[in-house]
Ligand binder design. Structure first.
Ligand code: TYD
Ligand code: MG
Length: 453
């Protein structure tokens, strides 16, 4: 072993560090995740000389006027909390092929059109491949530079020399530092690379976008410490066979995290979907039982979605249940509520719940939608297709208030719905709205009255 290097074992899941190999990680309790890596000891000489650090007061820190840069992609700007923050480190995670490189190249294009200096560093694709992609996306100007490189030291030097305003690193798993002897993509390499980019971002006031691959389990490959280190974590998700993509903020030091952006992947790159409700509801069946429109808030924006249920008699002792796009346990709970509080015999029924369009919705406000879809399918009675509903359902079958009822009703009205089933309590702070009938319900039995011929 080289002098000054020690062997350390890292948990590949959470980055837990140990001197010995262990079967189970004490940090995240995952099994068999420890991998041996060699790290260099930081000698005191390498540390910053103690006298160099200086303290300051809040009053002495200058904040410049123009703190945020717009990407000219509204959906992205909103998820970022109103544009790119100077000097921030943004992690964009997502499955391979979901469109991370495409999105960031589009950001580069928009910034370069604004004459901002941008540097796109790719460790995965050759310059020719990037060019082919760029040609599909559109016009670029001279202020965008490209670099194919994976060596951190080289990248650091280039950034120092070029001084761009925004840097894109595609992807963090391909970057390596010579100071760390383990392979690119390993915990210590990813950690080292992120720390280096953090220093560059904060030290030179450069915004850095980092692309991070996601493992099968849906977490950014490499340690979770990566998420702790960066300022903002965005996840890009969507079904591979569906053309729309959803960008969610998971962590944001400069804005709210429950915003989401909706995009559509076309031949010429990603396009913003300004009215996702319309998009999600397209192709809805007419007069079909087991289908109802519910409303979920994604950050400040209401989104209407179609909840579908198929309830049929089970031929086996244990009924089959699936939930696509929503929480499986929640569906089971709501079925239990229907059985106990309404007296529907759900226990010998198979049930399949689907949020149409492949989108994931976990807001409790869609509970009422799930309940109505289940009952509609069970009774084989279609719900009027100009009706929407929202409300949280409690264990005693009560329909509880949800936030921002007014915005939800307004969205429903905008899309041409004329009846809204909502929690009775939410009616109090709302006046009647022309063109849409508001039906306040107190409990599930109340709501089910609307499913009858
Ligand atoms: P990409 O951005 O390379 O994904 P990631 O970087 O997340 O791995 O996206 C690649 C996919 O997007 C690929 O399957 C082709 C598709 N695509 C389009 O449909 N239209 C386009 O204009 C581009 C550039 C890609
Ligand atoms: Mg890519």
């Amino acid at each position: 072993m080289a002098k000054g290097k020690t062997t350390v074992f890292f948990c590949q899941e959470c980055g837990y560090e140990s001197a010995k190999w262990m079967g189970q990680c004490p940090g995240c309790h995952a099994w068999n995740t420890f991998v041996e890596e060699k790290v260099e000891k930081i000698t005191p000489a390498k540390r910053k000389a103690a006298g160099e650090a200086e303290v300051t007061t809040l009053a002495r820190i200058e904040t410049k006027e123009e703190l945020r840069i717009t990407t000219k992609i509204d959906e992205l700007d909103r998820v970022l909390g109103g544009g790119i923050v100077k000097g921030s480190l943004v992690l964009v995670g997502g499955d391979p092929g979901i469109g991370k490189s495409t999105l960031l190249l589009q950001v580069c294009r928009n910034l370069s059109v604004q004459e901002r200096k941008v540097l796109y560093i790719s460790g995965e694709e050759s310059l020719r491949q990037i060019k082919i992609r760029a040609e599909r996306i559109g016009e670029f100007t001279e202020s965008l530079s490209l670099l194919c490189e994976t060596n951190l030291d080289v990248i650091h030097e280039v950034i120092k020399k070029e001084r761009p305003e925004v840097v894109v690193i595609d992807s963090i798993q391909t970057m390596y530092s010579e100071a760390v002897s383990s392979a690119p993509g390993s915990v210590s390499q990813v950690r080292e690379a992120t720390a280096t980019f953090m220093q560059i971002a904060k030290g030179m006031d450069i915004t850095i976008f980092i692309v991070g691959h996601v493992t099968k389990e849906g977490v950014v490959a490499g340690p979770r410490v990566l998420e702790h280190m960066v300022d903002t974590v965005l996840y890009f998700e969507g079904e591979r066979h569906a053309s729309y993509r959803i960008l969610r903020g998971v962590k944001n030091r400069f804005g709210s995290t429950n915003e989401m952006g909706v995009f559509e992947m076309r031949e010429d790159g990603l396009h913003e979907v300004e009215n996702p409700s319309e998009y999600m509801l397209s192709g809805r069946p007419e007069d079909a039982s087991g289908s109802v429109v519910a409303c979920s808030m994604e950050g400040t924006r209401p989104i209407l979605i179609e909840v579908q249920a198929l309830v049929c008699h089970s031929n086996f002792g244990i009924p089959r249940r699936t939930a696509a796009g929503t929480d499986f346990n929640r569906v089971n709970l709501l079925m239990a509520v229907l059985e106990k509080r309404v007296g529907l015999k759900m226990s010998d029924c198979d049930a399949y719940i689907n949020i149409a369009g492949g989108i994931r919705m976990n807001e409790p406000a869609i509970d009422l939608g799930i309940v109505l879809a289940l009952v509609s399918s069970y009774k084989e009675i279609a719900i009027d297709d100009k009706t929407i509903c929202f409300g949280e359902v409690g264990l005693s079958g009560e329909v509880r208030a949800v936030s921002m009822a007014r915005q939800r009703v307004a969205e429903a009205k905008k899309l041409g719905f004329n009846r809204c089933i909502l929690p009775k309590v939410s009616l109090q702070d709302m006046k009647q709205i022309d063109g849409i009938k508001l039906e306040g319900v107190e409990n599930v039995q109340d709501a089910i009255r609307f499913i009858s011929t």
